[in-house]
Design a protein around this ligand. Structure first.
Ligand SMILES: Cc1cc2nc3c(=O)[nH]c(=O)nc-3n(C[C@H](O)[C@H](O)[C@H](O)COP(=O)(O)O)c2cc1C
Ligand code: SF4
Length: 473
């Protein structure tokens, strides 16, 4: 599909008229404020401590841990970059598995007694870098994202899925090689997994993390359970059953790690899996009725009734920190991380990626209006590129969201928030252009990083390999 590149929309008017053309409104401030007292530098109390500003670093995994689940120098460098960003909230750092069979790749971090001190040192290095750059860690809140990768687990071999699923799925099962019920996690398995989340939360608290994120997004297990409408037994069926996993984890963490704050990163809507159509543009694999989407209307559209009910449940459970995202990077990446260029296993964008950004902003704003007392972090802004601060500031100023999450942008331009604070113009050659190489690399067994723009990754031997894959697409 043809759509104008963001860089070609040179004025606020041109940007707005493109949004009008595609029917994807979003707020936009002509002038971005700088310094203390600016819109994006207002503190906010999160229940996990006071967050000093309205920037959040989203969890960004690098596929670069050791086999035993400890970080490598590449992991440490990424976390130090998170620290020097200036963002007040570090939402989880990256996905950390609570046990081996839940690792999304053999190099995913894993939290257990043996790895805890190394994962503590990651936090310390991040905080150290923040203090070096900004003089103190006041207003810095660092959490840890805990996960089981479920359907997307590859614990032993980068190329071999070993799915542990919530329920059988007509489209995703064949994609994952699931042919019988053996991959389904039983209720007993889930009871044990609840215990593993609790044990990991206790460790996270011990090593100084201010909160844990009980991950419920992107098609991984926590998220998949929310759409287990047909799953029999106590962890499926009605809303109560589908949220039992979360409620059991939270109850256990409250008892075993009193005082530890909890957050939830949630895919607030979902679509059918997509595939390349005849011209390479993505098309839904299930056209029309699609009953497996949490936050879906059953017909391929969005219905936020259940996600809103889920946020009410979080409040009842004493949880205030929420990070909104959507869909999955595996089966509908264009909604989850809108990009001009697809990853190697993707499809050409079926819509102007601006529409994808607007969809996440709109869904988040609707949920924020229904739950004003939650602290809500939004995602999916990187495609806005040079306009990101203008839209982010306008969204926070108008109360549509509390904090602007940075995903891919933090890989190419980690200190963007610090530059905005200082009133500097953005450094154009560091602005992420959504080339997707940070997704293509790990899809091909290579560590993730910003190969096109980060001088450190430009120099790495893997760059040639990634380029070859991208060109051969
Ligand atoms: C290389 C890469 C790694 C990611 N790792 C994680 C992760 O560990 N946990 C998670 O919840 N999301 C992860 N995400 C999703 C991002 O947090 C974010 O939702 C997404 O990139 C959209 O935000 P953006 O437009 O700012 O990039 C990852 C994304 C990328 C590109
Ligand atoms: S590789 Fe770099 S430029 Fe491309 S999407 Fe990732 S962060 Fe952005």
């Amino acid at each position: 599909m043809n759509f104008p590149k963001i860089a070609s929309l040179k004025t606020a008017d041109a940007f707005q008229s493109r949004l009008n053309e595609i029917g994807a409104p979003m707020p936009f401030d002509e002038t971005v404020e700088a310094g203390a007292g600016s819109t994006l530098w207002q503190p906010i109390d999160s229940g996990a401590g006071v967050i000093g500003n309205r920037w959040t670093i989203l969890p960004m995994e690098g596929w670069d841990g050791e086999a035993d689940g400890t970080p490598t120098d590449l992991t440490r460098r990424r976390w130090r970059n998170f620290g020097l960003s200036g963002a007040g909230l570090i939402w989880g750092g990256e996905a950390v598995a609570v046990r081996h069979d839940g690792r999304a790749n053999p190099n995913q971090l894993m939290l257990n007694d043996a790895t805890a001190s190394s994962i503590e040192s990651l936090r310390e290095e991040l905080v150290g870098e923040h203090v070096k750059a900004f003089g103190s860690d006041d207003g810095l809140v660092v959490g840890l994202q805990l996960t089981h990768s479920g359907r997307y687990a590859r614990p032993n071999d980068k190329k071999r899925l070993e799915p542990r699923i919530a329920y059988r799925h007509p489209v995703l099962d064949p994609r994952a090689g699931v042919t019988d019920d053996g991959a389904i996690l039983s209720d007993d398995d889930l009871d044990r997994l609840v215990d593993d989340f609790i044990a990991a939360a206790v460790l996270a608290q011990k090593i100084g993390y201010a909160f844990i994120d009980v991950k419920h997004c992107h098609g991984y297990l926590g998220h998949e359970l929310l759409s287990g409408f047909d799953r029999p037994g106590k962890y499926g069926g009605d809303f109560e059953g589908r949220t039992r996993f979360l409620r059991n984890v939270v109850a256990g963490v409250r008892a075993a790690a009193p005082g530890l704050a909890i957050g939830v990163r949630l895919s607030v809507f979902d679509y059918s899996p997509y595939k390349p159509g005849p011209d390479g543009d993505g098309v839904p694999e299930v056209a029309g009725a699609y009953p497996y989407a949490f936050g879906g209307d059953g017909q391929g559209g969005i219905d936020l009734t259940e996600p809103s009910k889920f946020l009410s449940l979080l409040k009842e459970l004493g949880i205030r920190l929420v990070c909104t995202t959507c869909g999955s990077p595996y089966y509908n990446p264009h909604i989850q991380r809108p990009a001009a260029f697809p990853p190697s296993d993707g499809y050409q964008p079926p819509e102007d990626p601006l529409a994808g950004v607007a969809r996440q902003i709109d869904a988040t704003a609707k949920l924020k209006s229904e739950h004003p007392d939650l602290v809500i972090v939004g995602s999916g802004y990187t495609y806005l590129q040079d306009c990101l601060p203008n839209v982010g500031q306008a969204a926070v100023r108008s109360g549509m969201v509390d904090s602007i999450g940075l995903g891919r942008m933090v890989l190419s331009y980690p200190d963007l928030p610090a530059d905005v604070f200082a009133g500097k113009s953005l450094v154009r050659k560091r602005v992420c252009r959504t080339f997707s190489e940070c997704t293509t690399a790990p899809r091909n067994g290579i560590v993730s990083g910003c190969y096109p723009l980060d001088p450190f990754y430009k120099e790495r031997p893997e760059r040639e390999q990634v380029l070859a894959i991208t060109k051969g697409k």
